[in-house]
Write a protein that binds this ligand. Structure first.
Ligand code: H79
Length: 438
């Protein structure tokens, strides 16, 4: 365990080095049986909705607007005074997630701007105290999700561009005009106070999705205390952190932002993949928080194929929406979510409850597996024959939701599928189901 903790990932950026505080993480952590069961549930779920929503949504320029436009905290504080999402309907959000085939929702309880979107008693910078809305939308979401069997996870930013005790400053949010001093331990007490509220006041929580530790990786984040607090309050709540390094003791899943496991197009995904459950997150256009000018929408087809590629890489897919300041989700997102849900209604068995299959991800597609079935997801393949390096006896091959015959010939170290070109290939994903057995 210690050896794993000390393994420093190769990374050119100083910010990516293993934080010193890793050594203070929950040492000797062994997940409880409830936690292990929750991990299995999580992996079986495979698909979740990410929600980035905050007072920044009003600016229509993403959730980093405070940093990007060097807005001083005292000026940013004007945003809550006009935040009034009168069209917010938690039941509608949950129904949409359900229609998309999603099994959980991860919502921003506090982003880097430091504003609590929940009813926090340890803070006066909250949606209940500072906005005309004056209600707790997260409670409404938790209640609506609970009725539909959808789990809710809380995104929580450890980085805070507003709190005076987030000091010394990290690599971002340096222009927000905070006092040149502060007590970081007091900030961590505040943060742990908010986490205690989130894990006490909202019933069973799916997990905590941390972000922002990368802002000052060398600080002592007192992770041992934070992780212990969460696991003691709710042993089944899964902890993950978007710190861009290999998981630290006390964490229950590993996340990757805007990349599939093993890829690093984002530039900061250099951590090795662990044996923990994996989750990758991605935006539907290019933005997390509502961005009024971003029309760079991915197609439904691309998003479905990303979900398939995630499952083939043994990872969950957390797909983001940034709701508008009035509380509704823009139609471009709704349309895509519904299309994904329609596809899953037919093809879901090849995604839900599966694990990454025996053939690792390839340019032509991926495999998933469940019990005695291997799903061969053919995404891009023109030829008639497809060789699979597979150490299993294939009893039957069928096309999921389609017609046509795929022949299977055993060979040395694998099987050859033939008849692929003759199949009426699906534009999104042609799925060949192999039943294996003795
Ligand atoms: O909540 C969404 C984003 O607001 C947040 N994570 C997602 C889920 C996010 N913050 N930053 N990023 C995403 C990517 C930016 C990373 C960088 Fe850096 C921060 C580049 C430069 C500063 C950390 C430090 C990584 C490289 C150096």
């Amino acid at each position: 365990m210690i050896a794993r903790l000390l393994r420093t990932p190769t990374c050119a950026l100083a910010a990516c080095l293993l934080p010193a505080s890793a050594l203070l993480s929950q040492p000797g952590y062994t997940p409880t049986p409830e936690n292990v069961a929750a991990r299995t549930w999580f992996q079986d779920a495979r698909f979740g909705l990410f929600v980035h929503w905050g007072v920044y949504s009003q600016m229509g320029a993403g959730e980093w607007v405070m940093n990007n436009r060097s807005i001083r905290a005292s000026d940013y504080e004007r945003l809550p005074s006009s935040f009034n999402p009168t069209a917010y309907d938690a039941t509608a959000w949950v129904a949409l997630a359900k229609a998309a085939g999603m099994k959980y929702i991860t919502i921003t309880s506090k982003h880097h701007d430091g504003f609590a979107m929940f009813d926090s008693k340890v803070s006066d910078y909250t949606i209940v105290k500072r906005t005309p809305f004056a209600r707790d939308p997260i409670r409404q979401l938790v209640d609506a999700a609970g009725k539909e069997g959808i789990k809710v996870f809380f995104y929580y930013s450890q980085l805070d561009w507003h709190h005076p005790d987030y000091f010394p400053l990290g690599s971002t949010g340096r222009q927000t005009g905070r006092p040149d001093g502060g007590n970081f331990d007091r900030y961590l007490d505040y943060m742990n106070g908010q986490l205690k509220e989130l894990l006490t006041n909202y019933g069973p929580v799916g997990g905590i999705w941390f972000d922002g530790m990368w802002d000052k990786p060398e600080a002592n984040w007192r992770l041992d205390e934070t992780y212990r607090l969460i696991h003691q309050l709710q042993p089944a709540a899964l902890i993950g952190s978007n710190h861009h390094v290999t998981p630290i003791a006390g964490e229950d899943f590993q996340m990757i932002e805007k990349d599939l496991p093993g890829q690093n197009s984002a530039g900061f995904n250099k951590a090795e993949m662990s044996t923990l459950p994996l989750e990758t997150c991605e935006t539907m256009n290019g933005s997390w928080g509502f961005d009024i000018t971003d029309r760079n929408y991915k197609s439904s087809r691309d998003l479905i194929r990303y979900l398939v590629r995630s499952a083939g890489a043994n990872a969950n897919f957390l797909l983001n929406v940034g709701p508008m300041p009035n509380g509704t989700i823009q139609p471009e997102f709704v349309e895509r979510l519904r299309a994904i849900g329609k596809w899953l209604e037919v093809n879901g068995e090849s995604v839900y409850g599966t694990r990454g299959g025996p053939v690792s991800p390839r340019p032509w597609g991926v495999t998933t597996r469940k019990a005695n079935k291997i799903y061969v997801h053919i995404l891009d393949w023109m030829d008639d024959d497809l060789w699979l390096p597979l150490d299993a006896k294939v009893r039957r091959a069928t096309v999921l939701g389609g017609e046509g015959i795929v022949r299977v010939q055993p060979g040395k170290g694998g099987v050859l599928l033939s008849g692929i070109a003759a199949l009426k290939q699906d534009d999104i994903d042609t799925i060949v189901v192999l039943e294996i057995g003795q």
